[in-house]
Design a protein. Structure first.
Length: 77
């Protein structure tokens, strides 16, 4: 990503794999604080590990395991 996202927060859905993971990695590399949301905790932890390996500080990464289509499983912010 060419933009500088320092000081910004990005909520990335589907962050456990595929395009969502790629977006999270790109935003993390661009300096954003990333909130990773997906159904599978293990996949979110893998994405967090990749962000950490690429230099993202642990304090700029949050995990939210949830299934958005399930109204009872949606987080409230």
């Amino acid at each position: 990503m060419a933009a500088d996202f320092a000081g910004k927060t990005a909520l990335v859905t589907g962050a456990g794999r595929g395009i969502g993971r790629a977006v999270a990695l790109g935003l993390g590399a661009a300096g954003a604080r990333v909130v990773l949301l997906a159904r599978t905790t293990a996949q979110l932890e893998e994405t967090r590990a990749l962000l950490r390996v690429r230099g993202a500080p642990a304090g700029r990464i949050s995990l939210v395991p949830a299934d958005l289509p399930d109204e009872d499983d949606r987080p409230s912010f």
